[in-house]
Design a binder for this molecule. Sequence first.
Ligand code: PNS
Length: 163
Amino acid sequence: MRKAIYPGSFDPFTNGHLDIVRRALRVVDHLTIAVLRNTSKRYLLSPEERVELIREVFQHEENIEVMTFEGLLAEFCRQRDTKLVIRGLRAVSDFDYEHAIFLMNSKLLEGLETIFLMSSSEHSFISSSIVKEVSSLGGVVDDQVPPPVARKLRQLHKERSGA
Ligand code: PNS
């Protein structure tokens, strides 16, 4: 069975991420969506909330598991006995960062491979940061995130604006 890890912050998980998951499952049999737990960074959603929302998106799908990871991705891959990572590339602007991560990860764990999937045209403009900003200002992002995420963002905006 070919398995891979799809790591990210997923703050929040978007339709761009969903597209990458769907397409990754054409080349692997099992995907672990690994949500970064980074205590030194400020997130909109806690790691638990991010995991819960992604699990809701993929409920009933047995070939997808969702969990958090902390520390080095290469170490997480080693612990999980998985040497294949999936990453999405939206545009050339993503390339330098992804290339640096790829080189570092290959150094940290010999044989670790990364498959880069290009975002499809309708998803290449979607960004978690922009989705966060727009939704926090009351903008509608329902066409850019899966329904559970859209509900959560609406609820957060309501709570924070006192509406
Ligand atoms: O969705 P993101 O924020 O672009 O994901 C970045 C991620 C989580 C893949 C990357 O930051 C990561 O792997 N962090 C774990 C720490 C690590 O392994 N660092 C070395 C490679 S940069």
